[in-house]
Write a protein that binds this ligand. Sequence first.
Ligand code: HEM
Ligand SMILES: [Cu+2]
Length: 496
Amino acid sequence: MTIHARQDTGVAPLPELSTVVSSISRDSPRPLIWAYLAVSGAVFVLMMLLGVLMRMAQGGSIVLPPEWFYRVMTLHGVGMVGISGLAGASIMWHFASRHLDLSPKILATNLVLFLAGVLLLFGPVLISGYAAGWTFLYPLPRLSGGVWSQTAAAVHLTGLLLVGVGFLLLHLDVARAIFAKYGSLGRALGWPQLFGRSTEEPPPAAVVASTMVLIVNVLGLVSGAGILVMSIVNLLVPNFEIDALLAKNMIFFFGHVFINATIYMSVIAVYEILPVYAKRPWKVSRVFLAAWTASTVMVVIVYPHHLLMDLAMPAWTRVLGQVVSYASGLPVLLVTAFGGLTLMYRSGVRWDTAASLLFLSLFGWSAGVIPAVIDGTLAMNRVLHNTQWVPGHFHFYLLLGLVSMVFGFMYFSIRQARDGTDNLWDRCAFWGFTIGALGVVLTFLAAGRVGVPRRFAVHLPEWATYSTVGAWFGVVVALAASIFVARFVARLRAPA
Ligand code: HEM
Ligand SMILES: [Cu+2]
């Protein structure tokens, strides 16, 4: 896409839109980002071990009483989603702060609120038996059948609220900085370059992505906070009833947007780091800008794909959920995967662990979307709904996509800051992670294909093979991830 500078301005012609790149600087992350990464790495490993525990229990290799299965499932779900958000936020903040005047105090506040929130989230589960899942679907937190108390539920939901408030502050701070520099969200999304004839440099990829994420996540978080407050009031004042379908809509809107946003924050690592390896710029083209704007809208309106079997919903929402499911993730995914491939093609990259992980993430994200789209098809959803096909597709793009982006960022930043070279441990961990994660995901998908239900603590004996094999692949993933984290900590302690 070539845009010519007007001749009559007397100003030197501006660079071609397509050659304008996000600046690639080599500054080392600030200590707070190291803290974010260390916490994220540790929590990822711990939560993976909980995943292995569940999978072993489903396969019958260990005995986990059902009430404990659901406690573990609640911790794994909320822990993984939360830590993905935290890790994604560290990537976004690190790269966006090169272009925007972001507040380190808010970054610190978010971490403090997160850690405080985690205490409130985990306490009731570990001590008081709370186990309503990370989706806290109304009225389950209240109707525990005597398994946990209203107080336990209220404390857990308050913890979730604290975490949400932290992220809300973080996104609002990004918004403040964007208004200060660009004047409007549209300009930060590159609309003058996309729709108009502006010949100004488009905003860098990190800014475009941060803007998209702030728009969708503020909407999602407000919806989440709203339903959390209502649910907490309902726990304390049972007379205060909530419309269950409204509650479900608000919860799934929040959950869908939040988990999507974790990937859209983390993918900034791909835009900023792969170009350093390829020694070529990442092009912020018109297609790139169009994709991000399209996904901004679609991520918000596609959430009814979580309610395809809720027949009380108006029919048009099901149509919307299905149709937009095909298109929602695709624009950004395509520009990223295609951009990444063309960037790396014949660039003579040295495939160290960071580059390998980031490249793997492109595969994980793209391939994972295929089973997701299959599930988003009404006719298929009737069969696959609530089977392990669902954890199959989301573990695909979360484990192989998002988690690889996070560890890729971790490896890259520690190399830049401490200049260590990868060793055999790193290579083994990379391959262990790749093979293990594929195993975890494919065993879920295979189980879903034969109709194994998800979220079942007790499985039939004929399903045991999927779970047990999946569990051992999970062990390999957790081991590999611990090596990633151990190497990170070891390098962090080495002199700069
Ligand atoms: C070693 C890697 C992992 C293993 C072995 C694992 C295992 C599991 C298992 C067994 C379940 C329950 C499946 C069922 O419904 O029957 C589950 C659910 C889940 N996992 Fe993982 N997992 C892993 C990594 C991850 C990662 C990296 C994420 C996110 C970044 C994640 C997010 C979730 C979520 C959101 C759920 C849904 C919980 C619910 O249904 O409420 N997992 N996982
Ligand atoms: Cu969704």
